[in-house]
Design a protein around this ligand. Structure first.
Ligand code: AMP
Ligand code: MG
Length: 344
């Protein structure tokens, strides 16, 4: 082949290549990514990112997601006397209380997670939470008498749920439900659903570290989520970074929320069996496709400790965990399949 001919073929090939690149670019739609400002909801800081073919769709996804989170907060906040959960806590020992389908749904799921975690997860811990909070305010440890009194009011076996009329009734007096360990995960799932319904093709909901993500980012990559290093909180340093899509992440840590009595810090998570605050793990991160599940399991594993907790996670399909042991070195313990999510 002559030199001239060879040059001509190369020029044609390069032109064809550039032409295909241009066509491919025109075909792949431009994506818009909109990030909300931080908002305070469910007693934490929330922010949401939506990815959509146009800015208006992305924004309407964010608005719908927040609307849903506020609606759920109004149903499930036990510290709001006007919430439906407060109504249940006041009345259900006297009569069955008919409730919203979503509240019924989360209560049913809570009972399920109580069963599969050997009662480590238990939404009837309300009286125990109240007792420890009052003791922290008075700077005195709870007495054996106080703990014994609370014990009779704990246990999901005391909840009577009727699926026929979506009602709940308590089998004894003095029960107080606390959805603090599962409501954010549930709300993140619902917020993701709302964004999808409104046309978003990707998105991330962050409810104070409870994360739900779907699709890809505006730059067509997976979502990068940092697992907080408890020892380096001041500069928000991550101990591990996860690359995820269509997944939820929940971290339960005793380093952010705690009670202080006599100079000691006590975790806000309690073992319903011993009524003591848990201290085996500094942080538990659970990665599963479902936020409600991730939230319930991160609390449960904090109670169960590394060995039992990891044993449980290994038995559950599509659930992975990163635990940080409460020792001098903050030792990391990982479930067998979590490596595929960790950025090297
Ligand atoms: P999380 O940060 O998701 O682990 O939830 C912790 C919150 O759930 C606490 O602040 C309590 O309100 C509540 N809680 C504490 N211990 C338990 C438990 N063993 N099971 C369910 N909820 C709990
Ligand atoms: Mg939780």
């Amino acid at each position: 082949m002559k030199r001239q001919e060879f040059k001509f073929i190369i020029v044609v090939l390069v032109a064809v290549f550039i032409f295909y690149l241009l066509i491919a670019r025109l075909r792949s739609p431009r994506l818009f990514s909109v990030e909300s400002p931080n908002r305070i909801v469910m007693n934490t800081i929330a922010n949401i990112i939506a990815v959509a073919p146009d800015e208006k769709t992305a924004q309407s996804g964010i608005d719908a997601a927040f609307k849903e989170i506020y609606r759920l907060e109004k149903l499930m906040n036990r510290y709001d006397p006007n919430s439906q959960l407060s109504q249940v806590n006041r009345l259900a020992a006297k009569e069955p209380v008919k409730i919203d389908k979503d509240l019924f749904d989360i209560l049913q799921k809570s009972v399920y997670y109580s069963k599969i975690t050997d009662n480590a997860f238990d939404i009837t811990v309300g009286p125990l939470v109240d007792l420890w909070r009052k003791c922290a305010e008075a700077n005195s440890m709870p007495t054996e008498k106080q703990l014994a009194e609370v014990k009779n009011r704990i246990g999901c076996d005391k909840l009577i749920l009727d699926v026929n009329d979506f009602s709940i009734r308590f089998a004894t007096e003095g029960i107080s439900l606390d959805l603090g360990a599962i409501a954010k995960g549930f709300a993140a799932d619902k917020a993701v659903d709302e964004m999808k319904k409104h046309g978003a093709i990707g998105g991330l909901v962050n409810l104070g570290g409870q994360i739900g993500c779907f699709g890809l980012t505006g730059k067509n990559s997976k979502w990068i989520i940092g697992v907080q290093n408890p020892a380096k909180q001041e500069n928000n340093q991550a101990i591990a970074k996860l690359a995820l899509s269509d997944m939820a992440v929940s971290t339960s840590g005793n380093y952010e929320r705690f009670y202080k009595i006599g100079g000691h810090r006590f975790s806000h998570i309690f073992n319903p069996a011993t009524e003591k605050s848990v201290d085996l793990l500094v942080s538990v991160t659970i990665i599963t496709p479902n936020g409600t599940q991730a939230d319930a399991l991160s609390t449960a594993v904090s109670v169960l400790g590394a060995q039992k907790g990891l044993g449980l996670i290994e038995k559950i399909d599509n659930a992975e965990a990163i635990l940080i042991r409460a020792d001098d070195k903050n030792t990391l313990i990982k479930s067998s399949g979590v490596g595929k999510f960790i950025l090297k």
